[in-house]
Write a protein that binds this ligand. Structure first.
Ligand code: NAG
Ligand code: NAG
Ligand code: NAG
Ligand code: NAG
Ligand code: NAG
Length: 642
């Protein structure tokens, strides 16, 4: 059966390749970048890739993309696609949208088995607390609702994995791998040689973020002090904000690259260790420009006398990161709340502190809660130690979801082109950007910031590309990723959008030119054409815990199907890349989907009433204050779509 399928695919796609190759202009470079968006982004990646295959951009022999960059959930797609032939065959090369839908259902059911094994932890039952506690006079009695159930299940999940995000991703990938019979791929080294045959000519770029510092708890036996490991450059200066970390794979290199090229000629980061008190105080972090930051906030601060001499930052994961490690660092969305990353944790909290001041908790209560959180190692592994599963040492750091520095992963993609191509400006870059956003998020402040940040826009006036910037709508400060000289605002972008009849998706074509951003290694003057595809799918970002997973099996599978079956989008993709609209060898009669099997399984599951949970049994327990703080942060993190 499998062999038959492969033969079928091989014969059908050879024609595509020939036709496509003849159509590709040598003066044009094709690229794909994708935003994160949790499981929605991963499944959307399957649908889009299948469409690209139908368009002649990808086949079972090679792809026309010289690089693919992804963030977060989309990196779960890319890492599976680059390192598992079986996954690639069942998604990119799926012979019909119905087959792809069937695979998506299977993936979700396998994933459900991970969710099902979870215990329920008291600390995670916050229904009563939010519904009726009397912490402060002004506290509004929040309605227990879907978000609380999601929170509880997400919390249970993390507790079950000892708060270890990577351990969870490891389990998720392992269970999915069973579905397509490639059980060893999650532990495969994510290097150039291990890329599957069709992707050997395509660079892989995975967006992640490196925290400015990491602390090792109470490792001084004599004093009980922590050691904080600061990331700096060779000039005895320390970074004050979260850096872009791009996991990069090509023919000759596999490893991380950072947006520090302006201050690190050789790309080498240094670490400066320092003894620090285990207590938390916002006032200790003034050099890190807490929210709202000063307008002249600095990227680097001088090393202080207490810091030990510089050591070279150790290659993450021993210089041989596995698929799971790469997938985990890119997607650690709650990473900013890891108290193991002192300045990032404080920056993230400082924003909430400003917002909550007149509202939910007083500053002093909030500060106490922050200190309680800081004292507990419970959430440390929300951020991923660069030597996971080993503990961090004085030459290591912490990584978190790339969406905290750049959700659409466009700068790292163009940067890699500029760093490696000869005379890059002589060619035009054609980039398809799949914005895997949730329905309703378009035109939100967060979305506006995430897209407009690349342009000259009202939000970044007076901030040179690469300088410190903190967009009000985003949780952390980072280095301004402005890479285009063109002016842009949402009205302009909205005017370019074209809807697709019968679909939530919209597209826009933009023609822009790069500006210098030396932190990333981007040069001015590059002609770039962008096909922006907005997904607008009514599917939540955090599909974690059995309630939501069960509910989402069918919507997710339908979404994948509808992307891959969208003829109008296919036509726009072909038109953008200059492929002939007539060619359609892959358009075979779709075999009937085996929906019956899957549906039966789904229907066999208990119908969910959990969403309207009214459990009142729990009371605010001994860890009350921590729970408040964690809750606020989790709810906020959940509510924002990375
Ligand atoms: C509510 O307030 C009362 C009086 O201040 C206090 O005794 C009680 O412990 C509080 N309950 C909770 C759940 O915090
Ligand atoms: C522990 O702290 C003491 C006092 O500051 C210092 O002399 C010693 O070097 C520290 N030990 C380690 C292992 O950092
Ligand atoms: C691979 O990427 C590295 C890092 O950007 C670069 O130094 C090297 O030249 C690239 N190799 C090729 C073959 O493009
Ligand atoms: C942005 O546009 C304004 C107005 O055209 C111009 O003065 C400014 O130099 C531009 N800034 C950047 C960084 O491109
Ligand atoms: C699809 O369903 C038919 C009928 O139930 C069954 O014979 C066949 O084996 C199934 N195919 C797959 C791929 O599951």
């Amino acid at each position: 059966m499998k062999l038959f399928l492969l033969l079928l695919l091989a014969s059908s796609s050879t024609t595509c390749t020939v036709q496509a190759a003849t159509q590709q202009d040598d003066d044009v470079v094709f690229r794909w970048t994708s935003t994160g968006g949790g499981w929605r982004a991963m499944f959307a990646g399957m649908g889009f890739a299948n469409l690209f295959q139908q368009a002649g951009l990808m086949d079972d022999d090679h792809t026309h993309f010289s690089a693919i960059s992804t963030n977060s959930g989309a990196s779960w797609f890319s890492t599976q696609a680059f390192y598992s032939t079986e996954f690639y065959t069942k998604t990119v090369m799926a012979p019909s949208p119905a087959d792809l839908k069937f695979f998506a259902e299977e993936w979700m059911i396998a994933y459900l088995s991970v969710a099902k094994e979870l215990e329920e932890y008291d600390i995670c039952d916050i229904t009563d607390f939010l519904g009726g506690s009397n912490m402060t006079e002004e506290q509004p009695a929040a309605e227990p609702g879907p978000l609380l159930t999601v929170f509880a299940e997400f919390c249970n999940m993390l507790m079950d994995y000892d708060g270890d995000w990577t351990a969870f991703i490891d389990d998720m990938m392992a269970s999915a791998a069973l579905v397509y019979g490639d059980t060893t791929f999650p532990t495969r080294i994510a290097n150039g040689d291990n890329r599957i045959a069709p992707l050997r000519g395509t660079d892989l770029l995975v967006q992640s973020a490196l925290l400015a510092n990491a602390r090792i708890r109470a490792n001084n036996m004599t004093t009980g002090m922590d050691t904080t490991v600061n990331i700096g450059n060779r000039n005895e200066q320390l970074y004050t904000l979260t850096l872009s970390a791009a996991y990069t794979v090509n023919d000759t290199f596999a490893g991380f690259q950072y947006n520090t090229l302006d201050s690190n000629d050789d790309g080498m980061l240094m670490t400066y260790a320092q003894s620090t008190y285990p207590e938390h105080a916002f006032t200790d972090f003034e050099d890190y420009h807490l929210y709202p930051p000063a307008s002249n906030a600095e990227i680097l601060q001088p090393q202080t006398p207490q810091e030990q001499p510089a050591q070279e930052f150790a290659a993450p994961f021993g210089g041989a990161a596995t698929v799971v490690q790469v997938a985990a660092v890119s997607s650690a969305a709650v990473g900013p709340f890891s108290p193991a990353g002192p300045s990032t944790f404080t920056q993230a909290l400082s924003k909430m502190r400003v917002a909550l001041e007149d509202d939910f908790l007083t500053k002093s209560i909030f500060d106490r809660a922050a200190n309680r959180l800081y004292a507990s190692p419970l959430l440390d592994k929300f951020a991923v130690c660069t030597q996971w599963p080993n503990p961090c040492s004085e030459t290591d750091g912490l990584m978190i979801d790339g969406g905290l520095v750049d959700n659409a992963a466009i700068p790292i993609n163009i940067a890699q082109y500029h760093l490696t191509a000869q005379n890059p400006l002589d060619k035009t870059l054609k980039i398809v950007v799949t914005n895997t956003n949730e329905a309703g998020s378009w035109d939100s402040d967060r979305m506006n910031a995430q897209l407009l940040q690349y342009f000259n826009t009202s939000l970044n006036q007076g901030v040179p590309p690469g300088d410190y910037i903190w967009f009000d709508a985003l949780p952390l400060p980072f280095r301004s990723p402005q890479i285009f000289q063109d002016s842009m605002d949402m009205d302009t972008l909205n005017a370019l959008l074209e809807p697709i009849d019968g679909s939530d998706m919209t597209t826009a074509v933009l023609q822009v030119t790069t500006t210098d951003n030396p932190a990333f290694g981007i040069q001015a003057g590059q002609a770039v054409e962008i096909l922006l595809i907005n997904l607008n799918a009514p599917i939540t970002t955090f599909i974690v815990g059995k309630t939501i997973v069960e509910q989402m099996i069918t919507p997710v599978a339908d979404m994948v199907h509808d992307i891959a079956a969208n003829e109008e989008l296919l036509a726009r993709i072909k038109a953008f890349f200059g492929f002939p609209p007539t060619q359609d060898t892959s358009n075979q009669t779709p075999p009937p989907a085996n929906d019956t099997t899957t549906t039966a399984t789904v229907n066999g599951m208990p119908n969910n009433n959990g969403l309207q949970s009214t459990s009142a049994a729990a009371t605010t327990n001994a860890v009350g204050w921590s729970v408040v703080a964690v809750t606020m942060m989790m709810v906020q993190a959940l509510a924002s779509s990375l």
